[in-house]
Design a protein around this ligand. Sequence first.
Ligand SMILES: [Zn+2]
Length: 185
Amino acid sequence: MDPFQHILLPLLFLLAIRLDTKKAMLFVPLTVLPDFDALFGLHRELGHSIIPMVAIPMAIIAYARFRKSEWLLSALIVQFYLASHVVLDLGGVAFLWPFVPEQFFFEPGITFGVDGGLDFAIVLDYGMRDMPEMETTSFLSDAGVALLLLGALMTVVFRGEVVKALSDAWRFAKENLLEIVAKLR
Ligand SMILES: [Zn+2]
């Protein structure tokens, strides 16, 4: 999955349930954080394993639940964003790295054919395999381009709504994100 989809899909889910727009925007860079493990030559290992993706965020959730309840929603959003990355990468991640060096993959699908009558079939491919050599990977894949085209189509059909949403988003960014950045300094 390309970075564009890693960012856009979980963000749209959180915005759709109108959770807390400010926090959803603030933590969204975490959706692509795991892929920076490629910088260490440990792509889909270091940043995609159970320790950073589940154990550490769960510890933060537990801490928030018992000690700092005002952190709880943030901690849950952090866990959702990190876990979303692994879920979207299910085609192959070394989830138990460094304990198990192989990657796990899960590639389910339902096929549909009309050859000789209606015919549905469930194809389930899963298991473990050696980590492939790191090759060139798409920065924007065909599915990412399809999502962009969907956005362009939406803009053509719902011009008024899109302009309003963008101006709302811009106002929101000006009012909140600058304030958050100022606070972090
Ligand atoms: Zn990844």
